[in-house]
Every structure is written in structure tokens, then in C-alpha cells.
Design a protein around this ligand. Structure first.
Ligand code: ZN
Length: 692
């Protein structure tokens, strides 16, 4: 994507208060909330352990008496004696010393404004507007978003002492609230803008139509530039006002929600908040991230409560990975029955408030980086298939208690340029496809002594060339085997002395997804073999697997580093079938490359997240035993576990469990320090500090 992280990136100023941890309660108001009790709401903010309140200011409906002709006052504002809900809210928040974030939504205007400014609207190729619930959708290319947004901000910032700004639905409007997809916008601004961007090409007439990829780049550039303009406009006031927007903004907005409904197979990915925060914290040290954690089911059931433990997981994963949590519900506090959803999450927010010092300088201490694919990196198969390899590796490491960070593939070169890749002792490339500018970064990292684990066809260009000089492979041998061609195909690293008699030694691992054959470097150590397809039916004839020359994995050295290439999708195989022999095999390969500084002897449903702060080593333990098909339910208490800190056996340390509020027994095992854990509830935070 052009301009995504380049000239439009806006960092937080040095010394900005938004670099400090903050916790938000967002009350997303409706018109009928115009007369609610702002002091009672501030008390709810405090009760949730939050220090920042986000509420509606302007856009679709203004909760203050706007004088701008192209804005719409909430028709019920007059029911309030002051006539100014937002102003009252600012005063109430400031009275308690809380920060206040003003929420805007520029994506729609009233029918009156639409009549007066038809040039601001989304248009189909036939020139039709998009109308939803009497509101007309606007276009981010056009004047309303591009210019009038700044007027709205100026009116609010001139009148009120707000601390931050957030824009809802800051996007092109092709998908409406009924989840109906319309064609890319054909308004006059889009036609002119896309022609300039593309060198005179036509806008795609339909989604995924001709020039669709270019159009996606155009929309990304438009939004990135607008984000930068808004940030610069606000920064000129010199008031350290935080701007929450998409990536590239000083405070990046993400959501913890049930977004699996639109995914293929409606796949619920329980680790979504942790993954999003880790990908940010590991790559964007000069901006912060807020995860808006949704207390209701989704846009179609806004009074339907999220499961309490699931909502708590959103907040917990955000907190443990170093993000800023936001609890989000509809309406004035108490008007909708959301208490059930909020109940467990409140404990997480309060814990974070009560340990503010620990979170102020918490930073990740994982020694493994798992690189995340994106739409642009995928070469073989679909994005969703490649994502499954990433998720299979993610779950395998999590369950084996190997702490890791997530690094988006597009950020590899930037992370290396900052010198931050050296924080990792192992980088994993799970079938990510094309590395591009990341390839020389990975080579440099390995040559300095880094370890690299490659699965599938990571690091092979679209032209079929191996991009990595450090790879033990010279070039691919034909297209990867995939789908049915892999049925009844196995991989093994065990010796098979009796294979000629069709007698096999375990583990024999099913190969699912892709297997890429390679021409190997002569000095590569080839380990194990693949047993290619043999008949799998009928039973009487289902035998005959023989060893091929293709290895299960290969090892090579490069500079001072070491590389293992597993040429099949072991993560997908684990994700598809859930058989732990594939997971444990991957874990064995990982541990042959790195011995983590922090690991655990624990049930595999407990995740450990390693961090460092001024207090010492900080380990968050997240109990995922409540995970269900589409949510989290009540967890099972987990007892009898321990943490192991490599090489810390000789240290004089003090270990404490902050949730249980108890000191922890430690013992020395060889060079290592073992910390005995209490019975784990939903979460625990262990601090191991040097004594004295
Ligand atoms: Zn447009």
C-alpha cells in the first residue's frame, strides 16, 4: 500500500500524555439520551476503573448547540436546562480530573443537508445515493469529509477543553448497516481522484471488478492523507489532543468484537485483541493503541449482552499485551441492561488502574516473533488458508508456553531498520508468501546470529524465486502440492528402518494444506522425509507408503545464524485436525532453535505473555479454558502450574502474584528459577523482582 506508513504516518509527540496508559469508558449515545445525568455517568466511568470518558459530540447528530449550517442538532437537546449535553459532560469529567474524548461520525448527513450539498454524497455508477434510515452516506473523497470535518472540529475545540477526538466509521461507505455491499463510489470527487491516482483508469463498476486492487490502494491513500490532515490541524492548537483513527494516527483504534460473522466458515478467533495489540506494540513504538471492547453482540443486537467472560477477555488481552482498553456500550449508563456483560470486565479495568505503575513502562519481552501474512503477501492459495497457517502456529506456540510477538509481514523492513529485530532470538515465517523488502531484512538478521523458522512457501517471489539468501533451499521444484494431491500424504522425522516392510515408526504426521518441493543447497541438512500419497481406500489396498527424497524439514547455516525450513503447512495441519502430535512436532523444532527465557509447566489452555517493567519480569497468565464455539464461558480454575525462568536460578528474587495478592514460593532447578503458581482464575499477573 503506498503512503500507508510513509509520509502520512503521524506519531505521538515526545512527552504526550497519550503515551501514558489510559482506560476508557465509551457511552455511545442515542438522541433520547439528551437529558441524562452527566455526574452519574462520570461516577460510572470511575467505578469501571477508567480515567477517560468517550461520548458523542457531533457529526450525524450534535450533542451540543452547533451553529454550523451543515450540522444537525439533536432535536431533544432542548429538554436539557443547559441545552448542551456535551458541554455539561466536559465540565463533569474535568471536575473529576478525567480526560474526555469527543466522538464524531461524518459518514452520514440528514436529507436536508443532502439536498443542499448533493456533491458530498456517495454515488453508485448510475448516480444513486446510499440512503439508510433517512440518512445519506457521504464520501471521504468529497468536500464534507475533506474540509467541513475541520470546521466541525474547530467549533468543538474552540468551545470545549476536550482531550481527544475519535471518528466512527471513518471509511468508504460501500457496506451499509444491513451488510448490503454497493459498488465503489462514483461521485465526482472519486472519479477525478481515481483518474489522477491511476493515470486515467476507470473506477471499478462492481466490487472485485476491473481495477479493484488499484481502487483499494486509492481509498487507503485517501483515508491516510485525510487522517494526517486532521492530526496536523489539531496539533496546530498545541494542546496535546489525542486523535484516534486508523493506522497511521497517533492513537490507533481497534475493536474487540464478534466480527467472525463475515469470515469464511464464521470462524471465531479468540485471540483477536491480543494479536492486534501485539502487532501494534511490536512495530509502532511511537503511537499508542486503543481497543474498543464491545459489551453487546454486534450491530444487529445492541441490547444483547456479550458473555461476561468474553468481554473480560477483550479487556484482558488488550491489557496484557500493552494496549489501552475501552469498555463500550450503548446509551446512557443504566438505560440498557448491560450489567451482566460488563461485570467481569470491570475487575480487569480496576486491576489495571490499581497497578498503574506496572503498566506505565510495561514492554514485551518475548524472544520469538511470529510474522503475520497479509492480503498482499499471499502467493499460493487464498488469504484465509494462509491465515490458518499463521493461526495454527500462533496456537501451537501459545499452548506450548513459548511467549511470542506478532509482526506484520509489511513491517519487517521497518522493524529491522530500527534495530528492533535483534530483540528476537527466533523469527517464524508461517507460509507468509512474498517478503519483498522484508527479505534482505531477514537475511541481515540471520547473518548476525538470529534464528529463522520458515514453513510452507514463505520467502518465494511471485516469479518462483527464493527471496532469502539465508534459505537452505535454492529454488522451488514445481508448484506446491495442495488440496487432494496431499491426501494420504505424511511427514516424519523419525528413522524408518523397516519401511520396506511397510512397518512405520511414529510420529507419522498428516500433511494438510501445502507441501513445497525444493532443490536444496548441498550443505543443507535434510531431516526425515515425506511419504507421498498412497491409496487411501478401499481398506484392503490402503497401504504402500514409501519414503521420498523430499525432507520433512531442512536445516542450514547463514552467517552466524541458523535456518530451519519446514516445507509443509504444519500449522494448518494442526488447525484443521487439532491433533497435538503436529503441534508438539512444531514445538520441538522451535525448541531446537530457542530456549525461551520464560516458559511454564501448565495446562495448555493457559497463555503466558512475557513482559518487562521497572518492577522486573512481568508475566500475564490468561486462562482460556472457558473458550467455546462462539464465545468464552466460565473458566475452569487451573492449579499446580509453575513458571520457569531460564538461567535465573542464582538470582536473589522476590515473586508475587498480584491478583491473588500472595508471595510465591520459588526453587532452583539447575540454572533455572522455578516459580510455583497459585490456582489460576480468569487471569493472574506474576512479578519476579530482584530482591532488595
Ligand atoms: Zn466518492
Amino acid at each position: 500500500m503506498p503512503d500507508q506508513a510513509g509520509p502520512t504516518q503521524r506519531d505521538l509527540p515526545a512527552g504526550s500524555r497519550w503515551r501514558e496508559p489510559f482506560s476508557v469508558l465509551q457511552t455511545n449515545l442515542q438522541e433520547v439520551d439528551a437529558d441524562f445525568d452527566v455526574d452519574a455517568a462520570v461516577a460510572v466511568v470511575e467505578d469501571h476503573g477508567a480515567d477517560t470518558w468517550m461520548l458523542n459530540a457531533g457529526g450525524i447528530s450534535s450533542f451540543y448547540p452547533t451553529d454550523l449550517p451543515f450540522q444537525t442538532r439533536n432535536p431533544l437537546l432542548g429538554t436539557r436546562s443547559s441545552g448542551d449535553l456535551f458541554g455539561d459532560a466536559v465540565a463533569a469529567a474535568k471536575g473529576k480530573g478525567f480526560k474526555l474524548i469527543a466522538r464524531f461520525d461524518m459518514s452520514k448527513v440528514s436529507a436536508r443537508i443532502a439536498r443542499e450539498h448533493p456533491e458530498w454524497l456517495y454515488r453508485t455508477p448510475e448516480g444513486e445515493p446510499q440512503v439508510y434510515n433517512t440518512l445519506f452516506s457521504t464520501c471521504p473523497s468529497a468536500e464534507y469529509y475533506q474540509e467541513r470535518t475541520l470546521d466541525v472540529l474547530d467549533e468543538v475545540l474552540d468551545r470545549y477543553d476536550v482531550d481527544g477526538l475519535f471518528f466512527n466509521w471513518f471509511n468508504f461507505n460501500e457496506r451499509d448497516y444491513d451488510e448490503v455491499n454497493q459498488p465503489p463510489c462514483h461521485c465526482a470527487s472519486c472519479q477525478a481522484g481515481f483518474a489522477e491516482f491511476s493515470g486515467g483508469k476507470q473506477l471499478p463498476a462492481v466490487m472485485l471488478g476491473e481495477n479493484f486492487g488499484l481502487w483499494r490502494q486509492y481509498t487507503a491513500r485517501t483515508l491516510a492523507r485525510l487522517t494526517a490532515r486532521i492530526v496536523d490541524h489539531v496539533a496546530a492548537r498545541g494542546r496535546d489532543i489525542g486523535v484516534l483513527l486508523r493506522r497511521g494516527a497517533p492513537i490507533v483504534y481497534a475493536e474487540g468484537n464478534n466480527a467472525y460473522r463475515a469470515m469464511p466458515g464464521k470462524d471465531f478467533w479468540p485471540h483477536a485483541p491480543a494479536e492486534a495489540v501485539s502487532a501494534h506494540v511490536a512495530t509502532q513504538p511511537d503511537s499508542s493503541i486503543l481497543v474498543n471492547c464491545v459489551a453487546f453482540i454486534d450491530a444487529t443486537y445492541r441490547m444483547g449482552n456479550e458473555e461476561p467472560e468474553h468481554f473480560a477477555q477483550y479487556l484482558l488481552q488488550t491489557t496484557a499485551r500493552g494496549g489501552n482498553p475501552s469498555a463500550f456500550f450503548f446509551g446512557a449508563p443504566g438505560r440498557l441492561p448491560m450489567e451482566r456483560a460488563l461485570s467481569r470486565g470491570r475487575d480487569v479495568m480496576r486491576f489495571r488502574r490499581d497497578h498503574a505503575d506496572l503498566y506505565r513502562d510495561l514492554r514485551p519481552a518475548a524472544e520469538v516473533a511470529v510474522v503475520r501474512p497479509d492480503f498482499g503477501s499471499v502467493t499460493g492459495g487464498t488469504f484465509w488458508e494462509v491465515q490458518d497457517e499463521f493461526r495454527g502456529v500462533y496456537e501451537a506456540l501459545l499452548e506450548q508456553h513459548v511467549p511470542f510477538d506478532v509482526v506484520p509481514v509489511a513491517d519487517l523492513a521497518a522493524v529491522e531498520a530500527r534495530g528492533a529485530l535483534d530483540r528476537y532470538r527466533l523469527v517464524v515465517l508461517p507460509d507468509v508468501g512474498v517478503l519483498g523488502r522484508g527479505a534482505p531484512a531477514v537475511d541481515a538478521y540471520v547473518s548476525r546470529g538470529g534464528k529463522l523458522l520458515i514453513t510452507g512457501t514463505s520467502g518465494v517471489s511471485r516469479d518462483g524465486e527464493v527471496e532469502l539468501a539465508c534459505s537452505p533451499a535454492i529454488r522451488p521444484l514445481g508448484a506446491a502440492l495442495a488440496g487432494n494431491d496431499l491426501w494420504s500424504t505424511y511427514a516424519t522425522d523419525a528413522d524408518q528402518p523397516r519401511i520396506g516392510e511397510y512397518h512405520y515408526e511414529g510420529p507419522i504426521l498428516p500433511v494438510m494444506g501445502r507441501y513445497q518441493r525444493f532443490v536444496w543447497r548441498p550443505d543443507a541438512a535434510r531431516v526425515g522425509c515425506v511419504l507421498p500419497r498412497a491409496p487411501h481406500a478401499p481398506p484392503e489396498l490402503a497401504y504402500g507408503h514409501t519414503a521420498s527424497d523430499d525432507p520433512e524439514h531442512a536445516r542450514g547455516r547463514y552467517g552466524d545464524g541458523e535456518v530451519v525450513l519446514v516445507p509443509w503447512t504444519v500449522g494448518r495441519s494442526y488447525r484443521e485436525y487439532g491433533k497435538t502430535d503436529a503441534r508438539d512436532h512444531l514445538g520441538g523444532v522451535v525448541r531446537s532453535l530457542v530456549d525461551p527465557a520464560v516458559t511454564a509447566d501448565l495446562h495448555d489452555r493457559v497463555e503466558i505473555i512475557a513482559g518487562e517493567s521497572g518492577a522486573g519480569t512481568v508475566v500475564h497468565l490468561l486462562n482460556h479454558s472457558g473458550v467455546r464455539r462462539r464465545s468464552y464461558g466460565a473458566h475452569v480454575p487451573v492449579g499446580g502450574g509453575s513458571l520457569r525462568l531460564r538461567g535465573r536460578g542464582a538470582d536473589d528474587v522476590r515473586a508475587e502474584a498480584l491478583v491473588a495478592a500472595v508471595p510465591l514460593a520459588t526453587r532452583v532447578d539447575g540454572d533455572d528459577l522455578v516459580v510455583e503458581l497459585p490456582v489460576l482464575g480468569l487471569f493472574e499477573v506474576v512479578v519476579v523482582a530482584t530482591a532488595g
